[in-house]
Design a protein around this ligand. Structure first.
Ligand SMILES: Nc1ncnc2c1ncn2[C@@H]1O[C@H](COP(=O)(O)OP(=O)(O)O)[C@@H](O)[C@H]1O
Ligand SMILES: [Mg+2]
Length: 254
């Protein structure tokens, strides 16, 4: 708690600014005039009922989807024509609700690939000894080093999510978007994931986390942003969000 107070008082600056995003799929308005900010140094939660537009918002922010309207500012710059690779290079990386790894590659190869910027670069560049070393160091941090030679497809579901998380850190991102990092993983792995998020946050990485485990959100995140039907309906400290009538209504009504 003391730590959280200190962080809040530290005069944080805005790292990500989402302005009036709109995204329609046919008749469905998935994201509806959505605006929010992520402060540098925070672990911000993005929550909301199923279908409230969280993943779609992530897809727009990371350049995987073009919004119908609205803009994204990252690190003080307007992202004019964001593509996944330009966003990644700018220091914003993400994980996916269904972990995206390269199943046929080894655990270490998965990490090393992520330190280059996409397949094109990879094919044109040789994997350096330095890349391998950094890959192994990251695997040690995540206690996956003993598994470095295993094919990624042979990892457990939770280990695959952990590998994906470790991989996105190889680009030294300023901001990491995690889409349901603990969905479907066992309680021990939830704690492991939580520890790694905290450790990297202490080391300076900002997080925006979509998470369904409310206990984890309450322990880990501040502030919490709530989406409903594609718009922000509330934002605040976890304690206040928990008892916010509009938030309760959104969850009960879904
Ligand atoms: N590619 C798509 N095509 C059509 N509808 C989509 C697509 N992606 C998401 N949607 C719809 O947009 C809404 C928001 O979905 P999503 O962003 O996945 O929500 P959340 O991640 O909060 O559960 C839902 O109604 C969903 O069915
Ligand atoms: Mg989702």
């Amino acid at each position: 708690m003391a730590e959280k107070e200190a962080k809040r008082g530290a005069g944080m600056s805005t790292l990500l600014k989402v302005n009036n995003l709109v995204k329609r799929f046919g008749g469905v308005t998935a994201v509806n005039d959505c605006s929010f900010e992520v402060q540098e140094g925070s672990i911000t939660a993005l929550i909301g009922p199923n279908g409230s537009g969280k993943t779609t918002a992530f897809n727009i922010i990371t350049g995987y989807l073009k919004p119908d309207s609205g803009t994204i500012e990252f690190d003080g710059k307007l992202m004019a024509k964001p593509t996944p690779s330009s966003i990644y290079r700018a220091g914003l990386s993400r994980t996916f609700q269904q972990a995206r790894i390269f199943p046929e590659l080894t655990v270490l190869e998965n990490l090393v690939i992520s330190s280059s910027f996409g397949w094109k670069d990879l094919l044109g560049t040789r994997v350096t000894a330095a890349d391998r070393k950094r890959g192994m160091q990251t695997l040690e941090e995540f206690r996956l080093d003993k598994l470095h030679d295993l094919r990624a497809k042979d990892l457990s579901y939770g280990q695959r999510k952990l590998l994906e998380f470790a991989s996105v850190l190889m680009s030294d991102p300023k901001l990491v978007l995690l889409d349901e990092p603990t969905a479907g993983v066992n309680p021990v792995m939830i704690e492991t994931m939580e520890k790694h998020i905290r450790d990297r946050n202490k080391a300076g990485v900002t997080f925006l986390v979509v998470e369904h485990d409310m206990q984890l959100v309450m322990r880990l995140c501040d502030p919490v942003i709530v989406l409903d039907h594609g718009s922000k309906i509330a934002e605040g400290m976890p304690e206040a969000i928990q008892s916010n009538p509009q938030v309760l209504e959104a969850y009960l009504g879904s």
